[in-house]
Design a protein around this ligand. Sequence first.
Ligand code: SP5
Ligand code: ZN
Length: 340
Amino acid sequence: MKVFYSEAHRKHEPPFEVFDGGLRTPYMENTDRMDRILNALNDVDWADVCEPKDYGLDPIYEVHDRDYIDFLASCWTEWLASEAKDKSALLPATFALRRHPQKPTGLLGRAGYYMMDLSACIVEGTYGAALASANCALSAAEALANGERVAFALSRPPGHHAGKDYAGGYCFINNASIAANRLSSKGKVALLDVDYHCGNGTQDIFYERGDVLTISIHADPNFEYPHYWGYADETGSGAGLGFHRNFPLAKATDDTRYLEALDEALTLIRKFAPKHLVVSAGMDIYADDPLGTIKVTTDGIGEIGRRIASLELPTVIVMEGGYANNVLGVNVLRFLGEMK
Ligand code: SP5
Ligand code: ZN
């Protein structure tokens, strides 16, 4: 299996994020995650780790707002030139409600316009890392065109919380959506998100499209981040009506109940009959994940992989979350091992 990975992510290493209550904590979405996964992949003979190609900005602009990408490109330089006292990470303290549309010119005003929370910290290497991460997903999509049955984008930073014009939840550019959009030129695409958190960015990007079926299985947003998306009654709009589905899950959901939701999702995908499948693969569904509350085991993660593989669709797998670093390699390996 081809695995696309770039070292560029190492320069995206924010010193902290802010948890509820204003608590500064070490950044959970850290570089060690990639080392754990790479080490695990090194131990098997079927993973072929490759550098991504550079696809430039055009495939990114097809999914994201241009001004937002320009903001990502220039904000670090602007931040260093600003009056801020602590410049270790760009993080605003005021956020825009989109029901009021004014976009200010100042840096912090724009930051609060383009960011949804206090966990998408921007540092010097963030933009470069986010571009490389998207290139991993695009390279995996191209690998399918070249005859691979499945390819893995070992993307960091992750992408599924990034919407058309905003960052959030450790995500800046929506890698899986960019791959799905690229593949959609060849026929219908299904995008299945199994990260513990609702893939709100992906939902935002494809909500009005009927050619890309998006499905997210995640913790119920009534109690879990991202709170404002991911409810069962959100099913798309306009041409996209009926082509988005959410499966909100209760705390402590176990393998059996998770797999029931997955089977429903897989039935919808079979009915849709797409040409390609993209999987947003987050491992934070794992029982001991520090950000999670559901109880999927390593065996359960393998079974999820096995059932997705039974669709027998050409598949791009894109790395999303997963913060139990000590078992991240094992879990990714189990998942991929069932799909190879
Ligand atoms: C890609 C991805 O998985 N992003 C997740 C971002 C979640 N950020 C919100 C963190 C909410 C903090 N809650 C702390 C609970 C600790 N037990
Ligand atoms: Zn997550």
